[in-house]
Design a binder for this molecule. Structure first.
Ligand code: TYM
Length: 333
């Protein structure tokens, strides 16, 4: 049987080039080789202050966007259509170490953001988020998890939970999943290349792959670089622009510009122009595909509800076995 691949993305906004080059591009290519499941994780998107109407809109928008970049409908599910994720999340709360969860850097970053918000509110959900993530992965007994570098810690926690569970029930029930990285697992913000490109950090810190062309060019044009003074190491801003060229597979331009950098002849405006042209090329393809796909939204919604119901059967099978192993009661279904 072919190996299983699982990954997810939060419906908190558009797919940005960090999501795409760090993970989603890989999701698409892995579909030819493996048994893939990809989730739009709306339960996760409730962990920060949010608007219910917007959550529903963002969820479907993300579904359309993922289909437009090449994710197959039969591999795609919406997390809240498979409530067993939350059930396994609760069970896993009892196998996850409080101290380890407390140490997750994403929780530290996001709780800081939340506490600076209007209400200064930090939810238990935000703290518990990585345990639900472990459930997302292990409920399908996934062998591989294609994600960006920022998810490394969550993957390690997932393995710890799986190990503790296996030890406690005295059976190697859960497979320990492996993280799959792309060549560019961490794309930085063009507005502040010392931090990762991210939706939650605010508009200027991410570039949507469906962005309006003018906005995309403007964001690349104003990318932070450096003063141009020779330094022993390439600045993070320049390195990020080179990374974007490489990730978009414009290797000829990448190598030419790198040669110019090495010889001291690099013109920053020229490099930015090439990066912008390259990304706009991709962006146009995505926008066109999305237009075609969204011509019949109703059909897509039905398709995704059906694929979620199909994928749910696998989650239900796991939950049934897990409940038996943990001494919980099962209803026959
Ligand atoms: P999310 O929604 O923040 O991001 C989706 C995917 O994009 C990757 N990514 C990046 N890669 C490179 N550079 C960046 N700047 C960048 N920003 C984001 C992320 O690593 C991720 O692969 N916790 C997850 C969602 C999740 C999940 C899961 C992932 C929930 N359950 C189970 C895998 C398996 C998250 O917030 O991703």
């Amino acid at each position: 049987m072919s190996k299983r691949v699982l990954s997810c993305i939060q419906p908190t906004g558009d797919i940005h080039f960090g999501n795409y080059f760090g993970a989603v591009k890989n999701w698409v290519s892995l579909q030819d080789q493996y048994n893939c499941m990809y989730g739009v994780v709306d339960y996760h998107a409730m962990t920060m202050p949010y608007n219910p109407k917007k959550l529903k809109e963002n969820t479907w928008e993300l579904v359309y966007n993922l289909l437009a970049v090449g994710v197959k409908a039969e591999n795609l599910f919406i997390q809240s259509l498979i409530p067993e994720h939350a059930e396994l999340g609760w069970i896993f709360n009892n196998f996850a170490s409080y101290g380890r969860v407390e140490n997750m850097t994403q929780f530290k970053d996001k709780s800081k953001q939340s506490s600076q918000g209007k209400e200064g509110f930090i939810s238990v959900g935000l703290y518990d988020y990585p345990v639900l993530q472990a459930a997302d992965i292990l409920i399908y007994r996934a062998d591989f998890v294609p994600v960006g570098e920022d998810q490394k810690q969550h993957l390690e926690l997932t393995k710890e939970i799986a190990n503790r569970f296996n030890n406690q029930v005295g059976k190697e029930y859960f497979v320990l999943p492996e993280m799959l990285r792309t060549e560019t697992p961490k794309i930085m913000s063009t507005a502040d290349p010392t931090r990762k490109m991210s939706k939650s950090a605010g508009e200027k810190h991410n570039i949507s792959i469906f962005a309006d062309e003018k906005r995309l060019r403007k964001q690349i044009g104003s990318a932070v670089t450096d003063s141009g003074e020779p330094t022993s190491e390439m600045s993070p801003g320049l390195a990020n622009l080179f990374q974007l060229l490489k990730a978009a597979n414009n290797l000829t331009a990448h190598d030419e510009q790198m040669a110019a950098y090495t010889s001291g002849a690099l013109k920053y405006s020229e490099l930015k122009g090439i990066v912008a042209d390259t990304l706009v090329g991709l962006n146009r393809e995505f926008v066109e595909k999305k237009e075609a796909i969204t011509a019949d939204k109703k059909a897509i919604k039905n398709q995704i509800k059906a694929s979620s119901a199909e994928i749910r059967k696998r989650a239900q099978a796991t939950i049934r076995e897990v409940k038996d192993l943990c001494g919980l009661s099962n209803v026959k279904f």
